[in-house]
Write a protein that binds this ligand. Structure first.
Ligand code: ADP
Ligand code: MG
Length: 704
């Protein structure tokens, strides 16, 4: 059944990739463009003209009528402004389709409404988009037709970054430069370029679109603001999902096909812990392409869901009390000739280069734990970090048994002499092959886990861009490499110096390592003793971004200027206040216009029933009366809490902007929101289901 899909044939068919360029561009032009891409040179206009022309011809063959500079402003989603290829009509009344090199490499969207955090005064509101030729252009087909999308960076008139991509590209240059320095010290003369590789695992929820449309909270905020827990939660056993599988499977198949056409290597998909929750992971790729692709994954999930009568929820916590969604950011560093700097080999204790890289990462995470935490902060993620499902808000590194053992040897004797090896896994079934267990088991509770030959940063929120976490990772590790190279380049005896340095780092920064259960209360107490930061809310995470330590780091590696950091801080406070404000207003709206009227109707029914029964037989109707009293009392609580929420939300406008306002929203408005939710959720358990104004958690999660 179903259409046969030839993956090899469709993969990348809508991408202006290397193969297409090689086939279509004149040899000289192709060579020039490759140099620009590989070596970061500047593209001349003449070459750009030829590339643009071929790109347009190719896109038109795919049905494209428009092109767009596709960019990632600081809103978390992508933005685009569409221009058609047509030029002014000629004398014969016909139009030409044209696209110049200038239009390819530079755009000026009317983008004054994107957040700039004060970087652009209105009188200089120009923003420019510039082609990022390291991420291939693609044709996107949807209801609006086909559009040639050109990945771009977005900067202000004076060159400040207004987007996610610019700092990411800068941070990639930083880690490239410092990694090469480190490799040279170990005698590597052949690697020319080092790139961070990223593979993000995307979690998401799927619900029925009809039901979604009956929930204003989901529509306006992406999460449920009310909702009592269903009688059964995550312990639901699997056969419940039998019926939904077909529908979800057909959705997933479509998602894969769409992504493959766009050159996204969608690979694994599986159900997650929570009902109706799923995960999609691509094969890892270069950081900036991975970031673009993750945006495409999120867009595609939403778009394709709509076609199947489904709705994709990317919010970190769509349902209170049900596991939320995150994004595991798998990260490693790879050379152009295929060496992964995080590959320990079978005997890590002998792999000095690896041990230096590893201890540098420990140092980076120890010193900049607050920055990494900040990079995963978004409003929705506040519901996860620190709750009993996502890694805690405390940054720590999981190394596993084997590396922990090497580290312990280094710390105690200064010398690591052996590595633990994996044991034979005996399945006890004769027809199954025994195989070697990995030397290291998995730990699912660590926010930053070493998993074989990569680190997995698990704090990131499901709807957030993965750009910022990777900017921070690249830059803090670049700093650690740079400081190590400063020492080692000067050393008389390299071997001695590198051993000393590894031991020094292992000892000094061992407190960041934690191999136990990250969800336990003991860890919270232990982390406190170790002096590790435990930053529970986004509002408290933000200041790390422009603290003096961060400014020095980012300016040194030319990733952010102080002004850019200040602007981002401002934008984040603003975003926080805005989002909570929308949630509060949505709650007020729903409580006032949907919940209270429904409850009143139900009380009327109860009251009528009491009267009717009394009139009919004069019997005692204490049960109905008890329910009526209960409902009425909760209704009164609801009204009181609603009035309180209206009052505190109204006052928010008079707070000073920025931090003060954000703190007010977190401490006062959110508290009032919680207080309104409590009686409403209790009412949901009492009121006739037919009269409740929206689908329940059970309807949403179990009946997809
Ligand atoms: P799991 O859920 O077991 O962690 P998945 O297969 O779902 O594993 O996801 C692992 C992700 O890590 C994939 O996107 C994969 O491509 C990526 N990955 C694997 N090796 C590396 C590496 N060396 N560097 C970066 N990412 C990697
Ligand atoms: Mg994982």
């Amino acid at each position: 059944m179903g259409d046969y899909v030839n993956v090899a044939e469709i993969f990348g068919e809508n991408v202006f990739n290397d193969a297409v360029m090689q086939a279509r561009l004149p040899k000289k032009v192709y060579k020039k463009l490759k140099d620009v891409i590989d070596e970061g040179r500047e593209l001349d206009l003449e070459t750009a003209d030829v590339v643009a022309h071929e790109m347009k011809e190719w896109a038109i063959e795919k049905g494209a009528t428009h092109y767009t500079h596709w960019f990632q402003p600081l809103t978390g989603v992508t933005a685009e402004k569409h221009d058609s290829f047509i030029t002014a009509p000629m004398e014969n009344g016909k139009v030409l389709m044209s696209f110049s090199g200038k239009e390819l490499i530079k755009g000026e969207p009317d983008a004054s409404s994107f957040p700039s955090g004060g970087l652009r005064a209105t009188f200089e509101a120009r923003g420019y988009t510039a082609w990022d030729c390291t991420s291939p252009a693609f044709v996107r087909q949807d209801a609006a037709g086909a559009t040639l999308c050109i990945p771009t960076a977005f900067c202000s008139y004076t060159g400040e970054a207004l987007d996610q991509k610019t700092p990411l590209l800068r941070s990639m240059e930083a880690i490239n430069e410092q990694s090469l320095r480190l490799l040279r010290l170990f005698g590597n003369t052949t690697s020319k370029k080092v790139t961070p590789s990223v593979g993000p695992e995307q979690e998401y929820f799927i619900v029925d679109r009809e039901k979604y449309l009956q929930r204003k909270d989901l529509i306006f905020t992406g999460r449920t603001l009310f909702g009592a827990m269903p009688p059964k939660g995550q312990e639901m056993d699997d056969h419940y999902f039998g019926a939904i599988r077909e529908r979800i499977a057909s959705f997933m198949k479509d998602v894969n096909v769409e992504l493959w056409k766009l050159g996204v290597t969608a690979k694994t998909q599986h159900n997650e812990v929570a009902p109706a929750q799923h995960e999609l992971a691509p094969i890892y790729g270069e950081a900036n392409v991975a970031v673009d692709h993750n945006q495409l994954v999120m867009e595609t999930l939403k778009k394709v869901a709509g076609r199947h009568g489904l709705q994709c929820l990317l919010h970190e916590k769509p349902f209170a009390g049900v596991n939320g969604s995150g994004k595991h950011n798998n990260w490693s560093i790879t050379t152009d000739d295929g060496i992964n700097l995080l590959e320990p080999g079978k005997t890590p204790h002998e792999n000095i280069q690896f041990l230096l890289v590893l201890t540098c990462v420990l140092k980076a995470v120890y010193i900049h734990a607050d920055l990494l935490r900040e990079s995963a902060a978004d409003v929705g993620n506040d519901h996860r970090l620190g709750a009993n499902e996502a890694p805690p808000a405390i940054l720590s590194v999981y190394l596993g048994e084997q590396l922990q053992d090497v580290l312990t040897q280094l710390i105690s004797t200064g010398e690591a002499t052996h590595s633990l090896t994996g044991q034979r896994l005996e399945t006890g079934v004769r027809t199954l092959p025994d195989f070697m267990k990995d030397a290291t088991d998995r730990n699912r509770t660590s926010p930053f886990a070493f998993t074989g030959n990569k680190f997995e940063f698990r704090m990131v929120g499901s709807q957030d861009s993965i750009a910022q976490p990777n900017v921070v990772l690249n830059t803090i590790v670049a700093e650690a490499f740079s400081e190590a190279c400063d020492v080692l380049e000067k050393a008389d005896d390299f071997n001695l110096a590198v051993h000393d340095l590894i031991k020094e780092y292992a000892t000094k920064y061992q407190d960041i390592v934690f191999n136990g259960d990250g969800y336990s209360d003991e860890w919270v107490a232990e982390a406190k003793r170790r002096g590790l930061p435990n930053i529970k809310s986004m509002v408290d995470a933000i200041p790390a971004l422009n603290a003096e330590k961060a400014v020095a780091l980012f300016e040194k590696f030319k990733v952010f200027t102080r002004a850019e950091l200040d602007s981002r801080v401002e934008i984040e406070y603003e975003t926080y206040a805005k989002e909570i404000n929308i949630e509060a207003k949505a709650m007020i709206d729903i409580a006032t216009k949907q919940i209270i009227p429904s409850v009143i109707k139900y009380t009327t029914v109860l009251a009528e029933s009491i009267t009717a029964v009394k009139n009919a037989c004069g019997a005692v109707v204490s049960t109905q009366e008890t329910i009526l009293r209960e409902v009425s009392s909760l209704l009164a609580d609801t009204k009181r809490a609603l009035d309180q929420l209206i009052e505190v939300t109204g006052k928010a406008g008079s707070m000073g902007e920025g931090r003060e306002q954000a703190v007010y929203y977190r401490d006062v408005v959110k508290t009032a929101m919680d207080e309104l939710r409590t009686p409403v959720d209790q009412l949901e358990m009492l009121v006739d289901k037919a009269m409740w104004p929206m689908p329940s958690y059970g309807d949403l999660i179990f009946e997809v």
